[in-house]
Design a protein around this ligand. Structure first.
Ligand SMILES: *Cc1c(COP(=O)(O)O)cnc(C)c1O
Length: 320
């Protein structure tokens, strides 16, 4: 097998230049209530306020910006029912590249509509009888589309790393940073920025309790696959890390932690009531893991990455 060519911090810096003026420099917020709760100084990087509502715009725009003339003409294909679909559709529209998004037939209507609204051509498949990766590959082969995966791609990883880069450039050194973990694009990108800008900062990935494949992989030293987990954190329902993301996480991350759905709901409530922030369940993973670590975080400077804010209002009401 060929050795992987892993992205490095210089790729994050290059990505930051490509997305400049397109992605928002999202605000860093603080809360006295949270500082008192934790006995620490906590800095929230608000990617729930990013374009299309999540950090995924960063990786998608960076990856599409690197297409050559032929790739641009033929277009991009992605499979996703969530934030990656909208990130690819919006980035493609901004760059004038045709986009095809493969979505399950039972994807939430709001997500299908949002993806179409950004100009994406939606192809539906039956998630019980058809293999979306096969459909994506077939479309790519037949039409010459370039497939951009949601996390395991060097340009996607480098783009996602720009959020932690902005956070550290804004607040300076941190003692600890908590980052939501699905397939690991955000965490591995963040790891490049952290090791370059605040090398002694403890870096934690946080997964849903029921979907702790990343934690198992981190501890076993190999990629562990699991069944699709049941959790309200739909942005982290991935079944395994990727080759690139696992290699970087293994090298640079201090530990992988977990949070329960009940903890995520409590954090959604806290964000809404105390900080007036609308955060989706997956976006709450970082804070949910930091709160129980009060003793260890006493007097420290702590970063929490809020990854997204795309939450269904009816479900939110139900959970609260
Ligand atoms: C995709 C996503 C994640 C997980 O990101 P990975 O790069 O797959 O680890 C976390 N939060 C939100 C809101 C997401 O959309």
């Amino acid at each position: 097998m060929e050795p992987l060519s892993l992205p490095v911090y210089a790729d994050v810096v290059a990505a930051a230049l490509r997305i400049e003026g397109q992605a928002h420099k999202t605000p860093v917020m603080t809360s006295r209530t949270v500082n008192e709760l934790l006995g620490a100084e906590v800095f929230f990087k608000c990617e729930n306020l990013q374009r299309m509502g999540a950090f995924k715009f960063r990786g998608a725009f960076n990856a599409l910006s690197r297409f050559d003339e032929t790739q641009r003409r033929h277009g991009v294909v992605a499979f996703s029912s969530g934030n990656h679909a909208q990130a690819i559709a919006l980035s493609a529209r901004l760059l004038g590249i045709p986009a095809t998004i493969v979505m399950p037939h039972d994807a939430p209507a709001a997500k299908v509509e949002a993806t179409k609204g950004y100009g994406g051509h939606v192809v539906v498949y039956d998630r019980y009888t058809e293999d979306r990766e096969q459909i994506g590959r077939d479309l790519a082969a037949r039409h010459g589309y370039t497939l951009i995966p949601p996390y395991d791609h060097p340009d996607v990883i480098a783009g996602q790393g720009t959020a932690a880069k902005e956070l550290l450039e804004t607040v300076g050194d941190l003692d600890a940073l908590f980052v939501p973990l699905g397939g690991g694009g955000l965490l591995s990108g963040s790891s490049l920025a952290v090791r370059a800008l605040s090398p002694h900062c403890k870096l934690y990935g946080v997964e849903p309790e029921t979907g702790n494949d990343g934690q198992q992989s981190f501890r076993a030293g190999r990629i562990v696959h699991i069944e699709a987990p049941k959790t309200i954190a739909d942005g982290a329902q991935t079944q395994h890390l990727g080759q690139y993301t696992f290699a970087l996480i293994r090298q640079h991350v201090d530990d992988v932690l977990t949070a329960s759905d009940a903890q995520l709901v409590e954090c959604m409530r806290l964000f809404a009531t105390r900080m007036k922030l609308l955060v989706e369940p997956t976006g709450c993973l970082g804070l949910a893991a930091a709160l129980p670590m009060k003793a260890a975080l006493q007097g420290k400077r702590v970063g929490v990455l809020i990854s997204g804010g795309n939450v269904d209002m009816a479900k939110l009401c139900e959970w609260l």
